[in-house]
Design a protein around this ligand. Sequence first.
Ligand SMILES: NC(=O)c1ccc[n+]([C@@H]2O[C@H](COP(=O)([O-])OP(=O)(O)OC[C@H]3O[C@@H](n4cnc5c(N)ncnc54)[C@H](OP(=O)(O)O)[C@@H]3O)[C@@H](O)[C@H]2O)c1
Length: 284
Amino acid sequence: MILVTGATGTVGRRLVDLLLTRGAAVRAVTRNPGPARALGLPGGVEVAQANPALDSALDGVTALFLHPRAVGAASAALVARARERGVRKIVALTALNVDDPLDEQPSRFRGDFNKEAEDAAVGSGLEWTSLRASSFAGNTLQAWGQQIRGGDIVRYPYARFQESLLDERDLAEAGACALLTDQLVGRRVELTGPETLTHEQTVGIIGHALGRPLRLQEVPPETAAQGMIRYGLPAPFVAALMARYARHLDRPQHPATGEVAKILGRPARTFADWAADHAAAFRG
Ligand SMILES: NC(=O)c1ccc[n+]([C@@H]2O[C@H](COP(=O)([O-])OP(=O)(O)OC[C@H]3O[C@@H](n4cnc5c(N)ncnc54)[C@H](OP(=O)(O)O)[C@@H]3O)[C@@H](O)[C@H]2O)c1
C-alpha cells in the first residue's frame, strides 16, 4: 500500500492515477474525506482523513509520498511514526531552491516546508528520495492567466529572468518511478524542464499556443509587487519572489538538468507541449 499525502492536488492527483494504472494499492490523504470520485480521484483509491499523526492511515503502508504543503511542519513526526509502523520508503516532494536563503524562497511564505520534508526523508533511516522540482509550468497560468484572458499584453517584471519550467505531469511520473522502483533511492533528484526560457520567451510560447501575438511588457518590480499584493498575494511571498528574480537575472538559477529524460527514458515535455495542452485555460 502506498500512502499519498497532498493526493487531491496538482502533483498528487496525477501521481495517484499513475500508481493505480501501474497496479499499486493507493491510500489518498485529504483534509476533507469523501468518496474518491467526489474528490476527483479514481474509484479504486482508499481515502484517509488528514491528521497530524495519520496513525490508522499507516496500516499496511510500505511507501509514503511526503507532500510538504499538505504535511506542513509535521514531516519529521510523520516520518518517525511511519518508520515505527513498518514503512520502508519515503519519497519527498521538495524544490530545487531548497538550499537557498529562506527569504528568497517564495514558497516558504505559502506554508511549504520543503526543506523539512527533505530533511525528514534523508534522516529517516529508510529508503528515501527527494524530488527537487524546478518551478512548475502551471505557475504561468496563476501569474499571467488573468492578464492573457483580458488582452495581448502581459505586464510583468524581470523580462530576462530565465528558468527551466517543469511539466507537473513529468514530476508525477518521476514520483511514480521513485515509489515503485529502486532507481532513485538515496538521491536528491534535480528535476527541470528540457530548456531554459526567459519570461519574455515563455509568454511568446503561450501566444503561439493561443494563435495570438502576446507580448511581455516589462514593468518596474515595485509596480508589479504592488499589483500582486493588491491581487491578494501575501507581501512576504511577493518580496521573496522579487528577490529571487533580481538575484538570478541574466543567469539561469537552475539550468536544465536532463534528469527527467534519464529517469523516464524519453525527453521531458517542453513548455510548448504544456502550453498547447493548457491553452483552453488561458482562453477562459
Ligand atoms: N509551484 C512550483 O513551482 C513548485 C516548484 C517546486 C516545488 N513546489 C512545491 O510543491 C508543493 C506544491 O505542490 P502542489 O501544487 O501539488 O500542491 P497543492 O495542489 O497546492 O496542494 C496539494 C494538496 O495539499 C492540501 N493542502 C493545500 N494547502 C494546504 C494547507 N495549507 N494545509 C494543509 N493541506 C493543504 C490539499 O489537499 P486537501 O484539500 O485534499 O487536504 C491540496 O490538494 C509545495 O510544497 C511547493 O513548494 C512547487
